[in-house]
Design a protein around this ligand. Sequence first.
Ligand SMILES: C[S@@+](CC[C@H](N)C(=O)[O-])C[C@H]1O[C@@H](n2cnc3c(N)ncnc32)[C@H](O)[C@@H]1O
Length: 272
Amino acid sequence: MATPLFRRVLRATERGAFPRLRRWIWRRSYNLLSRLSGTPRWAFLNYGYVVSGASFPVSAEEEPARAFIGLYHQATEGLPLKGARVLEVGSGHGGGAAWIARHLPIGSVTGVDIARQTVRRALRLNAGVPRLEFREGDAEALPFPDASFDLVVNIESSHCYGSMDRFAAEAARVLRPGGWLTWADMRSPAMLPDLDRAFGRAGLALRAEAEINEGVVAALDAMEGAKSAAITRIAPLRPVMRQFAGMQGSVLYRALRRRRVLYLARRYQKPG
Ligand SMILES: C[S@@+](CC[C@H](N)C(=O)[O-])C[C@H]1O[C@@H](n2cnc3c(N)ncnc32)[C@H](O)[C@@H]1O
């Protein structure tokens, strides 16, 4: 039951069908997930990224989430970060924004997310982390003035949006000239022309791109046991949660392995 349902949602997303309904469903889903997931450890809601030889700092408390932090490390490595005003759009439970605030030489980090319960959980989980704040807001109508950030981070969130055009335009608007957008998310190959058009229309210049399926699948494998243990506690929702969490054998896990869905990491710059 969960598998055909999930497959249908993926197909509708691919076709760009029902944008408002999809937005609503994703917002409700994350609100529900944030209500249910009581473990402080789940400060991350992404699939993770593991590559051998990657080295980045994590605190003892963050160590169990190293695979999830991998996506934030790859997203920020080598970018001009000193004193940067960073905005994370779709910040989830805030683990990534908190890792950036703790370990990178940035000026400030603001996390914004559309799901109220998710923002509440981010605030609770990351209370007291300096230079970090969270607020509710929509990627398609960001509640910030023009040119107010040096770096926009967007990790595994944009597949939930009703309009990539609106998000790309908003990211470009809130970036200062010369600022960077670092983006990572999944798309089927058929969706790439629309994606390219959205960023192109927003006037953002593509500076780097990588397909990172292998590292994402490695992270899914590495976290299988921990996720399985967490999901066991919410038995009635287990089949849906297995799909949602990209666990081994799920629709998305198989699609990522076979590269029918691509996990892409891109960096864009607003012309300065
Ligand atoms: C898969 S989670 C990733 C969260 C976080 N980036 C991470 O890596 O842990 C996707 C997040 O995007 C948020 N989101 C979905 N649609 C959004 C929108 N239109 N505006 C802002 N956030 C949105 C969801 O509420 C959810 O927290």
